[in-house]
Design a protein around this ligand. Structure first.
Ligand SMILES: C[S@@+](CC[C@H](N)C(=O)[O-])C[C@H]1O[C@@H](n2cnc3c(N)ncnc32)[C@H](O)[C@@H]1O
Length: 218
């Protein structure tokens, strides 16, 4: 990726060309028509549905959730019995669902207890689409993304119950393999998923990890 142009699926990296392309993007149009806050919701459906990762009644924590597409997707999957907590640096426009809460905060410095207090019970699934402000310098952006991905795993360890699941965005690059091994050490099964709605030339992939702490004692 060094020296090459690259893209990620987050509005942090807006350019005129990217905005023009977005106008003609099928998922972007579909999200508008369906009343969703971002095209990213289709990535969540494409990752979660085939593996039944988020189920009716689940408690879900969404890290890096502005403007709220994944929150909407998670709420549709968990239904009325479930609960969704979204966290972002930016304030998220309120939802009318009573079982959706949001927190404004930095996931790298928020107290774990503050997150726990906002939850009705331990989480079943942590989902993280968090992305840094992009500098356009691959090495810098990759390192920042991987720091946020690592933080997401740390929070998953604090918030998930045994057997819970994790979906976390990562950029494929230098420290990817090491990160993957860290996740594998904590979860029973780990897969790399590139959903159709993720732009092909984007470096982003999602790590889907199931069964938190179920591989202990192997
Ligand atoms: C790709 S966007 C998320 C899109 C969202 N999943 C959706 O469906 O609408 C990534 C988000 O990560 C947030 N973010 C970046 N660094 C963060 C941090 N340290 N703590 C919390 N949120 C962060 C950004 O503000 C941005 O809104």
């Amino acid at each position: 990726m060094r020296g090459k142009k690259y893209r990620v699926g987050c509005e942090e990296g807006l350019t005129k060309k990217w905005l023009r392309e977005r106008k003609y993007d099928t998922y972007h149009r579909r999200a508008k028509e369906d009343g969703f806050r971002s095209r990213a919701i289709y990535k969540l459906f494409q990752i979660s549905k085939p593996h039944n990762l988020i189920k009716t009644g689940d408690t879900v924590v969404d890290l890096g959730s502005f403007p709220g597409g994944w929150i909407q997707g998670a709420r549709l999957l968990v239904g009325e019995e479930g609960f969704v907590l979204g966290i972002d640096l930016k304030p998220i426009k309120a939802f009318s669902w009573s079982n959706v809460k949001t927190l404004v905060g930095d996931i790298t410095s928020l107290e774990e207890d503050e997150i726990r207090e906002a939850l009705p019970r331990k989480a079943d699934v942590i989902i993280s689409d968090v992305s840094p402000n992009l500098s356009g310098i691959w090495e810098v952006d990759h390192a920042r993304q991987m720091d946020l991905a690592r933080k997401s795993v740390e929070l998953a360890r604090a918030l998930l119950h045994r057997g819970g699941n994790l979906i976390v965005k990562a950029f494929q690059g230098e420290s990817f393999k090491e990160f993957l091994d860290e996740v594998k050490a904590r979860f029973r099964s780990v897969k790399i998923v590139k959903p159709k709605a993720s732009r092909k030339r984007s470096a982003e992939v999602y790590i889907v990890a199931r069964g938190y702490n179920l591989n202990r004692g192997k």
